[in-house]
Design a protein around this ligand. Structure first.
Ligand code: MSP
Length: 645
């Protein structure tokens, strides 16, 4: 039977795992767990890219034999991934003999059929990027167009891969398979790259003996590291070693960052497979990048975060057990995952999600449900418990939406949809007030209300498992169900029979207390500043500054006062098919009824902020009239999510 085959890129061992490499690996792990949960047999591959001349150089600089250096680094990667709860099936290393055999065999086969041919190279070479550049791309500075380091002139015999021969087949494949490259922005980048015209690429390198020697021609040096590295995905299936390697081939999903998609994974790689007459991967997904303080991470800027250190410091600050802090870190990675564009990584952002989504929402819902079950029913499911039909429909519908988003590798959307269940349960508790029902002696109804919370928690254990495996297990343990239910059984509304014993509640995510030196919480969004309307217009901005603001029309689907605040309303918005929560400082000017159903402009790419325990994901825009907010509406009803510009 064909296994669902997922890959990450294999990582260069000249740098340690950081939040960027952790992102691709955590996304892959979440996809693998999701597919397993749905009953598929999954084969999840990750590993290390060890043959680059760069790696050899770094080892030499450190005075360590290169093999020892790569062994230590591969161990560091495996250790980091295990500590981040990443459950891969195979960890491949390109220095393994079986991989070197595959590279040599592919090189021979393509040379025999004329897709690799010997020529000579004269031109500029960047040792750091391992890339040749045509003279037309190099200016007088002789600096690498990609990394800025000095280029070297090379004049040597060299092997080429006939990439140009595959240009039209590649274009046709991309056109015929709309899901081959995702998201759409990457597909367009790739089409743009191919449209510039494909040149044959040099696939051998002299000047080093670290790597896979060019077969039968040692004078020609080693195989170009990208040509070698891409083949790891094939090696890992047992190609050459076993006939039934097709139980894993072709890959169903290959994940990577945007930097290595258009040229390497969506052009050179499929062309190599076409040349080998092998089926192409089903889907390539390229995520955006984490940036830190609006800049690319780099050692020189000192803004490179190590995932385990981040998780450990969260554990200490919150007094949370390390495995749950690791899961909280995974949750943040996936909830804020850069999909189309880049996204800002920040410790404040992590803390906001931790306190808001995890401590206040998920953790609190589980804790209050179990506490009431123990207080009122001795920790056992009472007789006659069932979930109201409306809520049962909502749970099933949200579970389907989560599955749809996870399948599309859109974890921010999936997790947002899952959290709708928590919001619905909390609203249901507030409406039904089981504590009042108990006082009134209506224990049957109180039991039914709390049963809905138990069923929601059980369902959530399954929905969050791809992101937070240990937390999911702990939820299942506290519910007394032992195992996290598989997807197909997660929405069962009668899963907890009368008499079922629940465990004592135990907080999973203790709240992070504000540090004494930390600033007070930010002013609520959309709270108009007096006199703002009369202020002179100053400080011009460029059109590019303006373009960074994403303002969209949202429809208000629900509004409720924020407890213990006279100024704030919590708004649930629908923005182009997505649900969002924002906190707006308009409660003195509008009642919830006056705003529900209205279309309003919202700044949607504002960094989330925790306001009175609620994660606010954007800011509504309103006119400021003498300090009072006045709503703005489109001139006629427009599709929700319409861009304002
Ligand atoms: N060794 C090659 C891949 C060969 S695959 C046949 C490589 N390795 S890498 O270690 O430099 O990068 C690995 C992955 O980490 C890439 O998908 C890259 O996009 C991702 N990231 C590295 N820094 C990143 C961020 N700052 N943000 C998100 N992901 C980034 O390339």
């Amino acid at each position: 039977m064909k296994r669902y085959y997922i890959t990450t890129p294999i990582y260069y061992v000249n740098s340690v795992p950081h939040i960027g490499t952790a992102l691709t690996t955590i996304v892959a792990d979440a996809c693998a767990r999701f597919q397993k949960r749905r009953g598929r047999t999954v084969y999840f591959l990750t590993g290390t890219d060890e043959n680059a001349p760069k790696v050899h150089r770094v080892a030499q600089e450190r005075g360590v034999p290169t093999q020892q250096f790569v062994d230590e680094m591969a161990e560091a990667f495996e250790g980091a991934w295990r500590a981040l709860h990443i459950e891969y099936d195979v960890f491949i290393r390109t220095t393994e003999a079986r991989h070197k055999q595959v590279v040599a065999e592919v090189f021979r086969r393509l040379r025999d059929k004329g897709d690799i041919y010997k020529g000579s190279y004269q031109g500029w070479y960047c040792v750091s990027c391992e890339t040749f550049f045509a003279s037309s791309k190099v200016d007088e500075s002789r600096a690498c167009p990609d990394c800025g380091k000095p280029l070297e002139w090379r004049d040597e015999p060299c092997y080429y891969f006939r990439l140009s021969a595959y240009e039209s087949r590649l274009k046709e494949h991309i056109a015929a398979n709309p899901h081959f490259i995702e998201p759409e922005v990457r597909r367009n980048e790739t089409l743009g790259f191919i449209a510039e015209g494909l040149q044959d690429i040099a696939v051998s390198r002299t000047g080093t003996d670290w790597g896979v020697p060019v077969p039968d021609d040692p004078e020609s040096g080693v195989v170009y590291v990208w040509f070698d590295a891409l083949l790891n995905y094939l090696t890992a299936t047992g190609w050459l070693e076993r006939d039934d390697y097709t139980d894993a081939w072709p890959p169903d999903l290959q994940l990577m960052g945007k930097d290595i998609l258009p040229r390497f994974h969506a052009t050179i790689w499929p062309a190599m497979l076409m040349a080998l007459e092998l089926p192409l991967p089903e889907r390539l997904y390229g995520h955006g990048w984490w940036i830190v303080n609006k800049q690319k991470m780099s050692k020189s800027l000192g803004n490179v975060y190590a995932p385990l250190e981040v998780a450990e410091s969260l554990a200490q600050a919150a007094g949370c057990e390390t495995p749950y802090a690791v899961d909280a870190f995974r949750y943040y990675m996936l909830r804020e995952m850069p999909t189309d564009s880049d996204a800002e990584f920040s410790l404040e952002g992590l803390e906001t999600r931790y306190n808001g989504d995890l401590a206040n929402d998920l953790g609190n819902m589980l804790h209050r449900t179990l506490s009431m079950m123990h207080r009122y029913f001795g920790g056992r499911v009472p007789d006659g418990a069932r979930v109201d039909a409306g809520l049962a429909d909502l749970f099933a519908q949200q579970a389907a939406r989560v599955a749809d988003a996870y399948e599309a590798v859109d974890f921010p959307r999936g997790l947002r949809e899952a959290w709708q269940i928590i919001g619905a349960v909390n609203r249901y508790y507030d409406e039904q007030a089981p504590w009042t029902l108990m006082k009134q002696g209506d224990t049957t109804r109180a039991g039914q209300v709390l049963y809905a919370g138990l069923i929601a928690a059980r369902l959530l254990s399954a929905l969050v498992e791809p992101a937070m495996p240990q937390v999911a297990r702990e939820i299942a343990r506290q519910l007394g169900v032992g195992e996290v239910p598989p997807w197909s059984e997660a929405s069962a509304m009668d899963a907890l029979p009368a008499g079922h014993a629940l465990q004592e509640p135990k907080p999973i995510f203790p709240r992070l207390q504000a540090k004494p030196e930390s600033k007070p919480s930010p002013a609520p969004p959309a709270q108009p500043t007096p006199q703002q309307g009369a202020a002179p217009m100053q400080d011009t901005i460029t059109i590019d500054d303006f373009k960074r603001l994403q303002i969209r029309i949202a429809t208000v689907v629900a509004a409720e006062p924020v407890p213990k605040s006279t100024k704030l309303l919590k708004l649930t918005l629908e923005v182009g098919g997505e649900t969002r929560t924002i906190v707006a400082g308009i409660a003195e000017d509008y009642t919830p009824d006056q705003i529900v159903g209205k279309q309003i402009p919202v700044l949607v790419n504002l960094q989330p902020a925790l306001i009175r325990g609620i994660v606010s994901e954007g800011m509504m825009l309103a006119a400021d009239v003498d300090g009072k907010a006045v709503l703005l509406h489109p001139d006629r009803e427009v599709p929700s999510g319409s861009i304002v510009r």
